[in-house]
Design a protein around this ligand. Structure first.
Ligand code: HEC
Length: 154
């Protein structure tokens, strides 16, 4: 019962993040939307980091839910980089489109890393958690280093 409720809550939280449909979106909208998705990814990752640092208990269900959200958001975010969607508010690099195959592969790597955490959570496999988290960090970092500009001072 509790887990069903939680699933519902998670589904709601994810569903709520989608604010627009299939029509041609304005560049500003996709930038804002992917930014929001990435921020949520960051929040979920923050929960997992707390567990990693022993600041929160290892709760398999919660870990699986957080990792699933990361994976789902990555799934959504990868569709939100239409060609040339750059702006002064965005940190996206033009290499996203000049080297799109690598960019998409980086999404794949990150999704697989997140999926592994989901498995670990479900299996309550605390031993495997740190190393799998390391893969997640590497996957975020790998893409950011190549495809995201450093933070602008403004
Ligand atoms: C395949 C590439 C890719 C992967 C994988 C990726 N990101 Fe990102 N991320 C980006 C890009 C590109 C931006 C900038 C988008 C923009 O500004 O338009 C971004 C932005 C962000 C932001 C917003 C930060 C800011 O100040 O604007 C956060 C937070 C973030 N990512 C967290 C993560 C985390 C955590 C992971 C790993 C679980 C991750 N990302 C995986 C490409 C990626």
């Amino acid at each position: 019962m509790f887990s069903q409720l939680k699933q519902f809550w998670v589904a709601l939280a994810i569903g709520g993040a989608i604010v627009w449909g299939t029509g041609p979106a304005q560049a500003g909208d996709v930038i804002k939307e992917r930014h929001t998705l990435m921020e949520e990814i960051g929040q979920q990752l923050g929960k997992l980091v707390k567990v990693l640092k022993n600041e929160a208990p290892f709760n398999g269900q919660e870990i699986a839910a957080a990792a699933q959200m990361i994976k789902d958001n990555l799934d959504k975010a990868e569709k939100l980089f239409p060609k040339g969607s750059l702006s002064d508010k965005s940190r996206a690099k033009p290499e996203i489109w000049t080297d799109n195959a690598t960019f998409m592969k980086a999404f794949d790597t990150a999704k697989k890393a997140a999926a592994k955490i989901v498995e670990i959570g479900k299996a309550e496999d605390e031993m495997e958690f740190p190393e799998a988290m390391n893969s997640v960090f590497q996957s975020c970092k790998g893409c950011h280093e190549k495809f995201r500009f450093p933070k602008k001072d403004n």
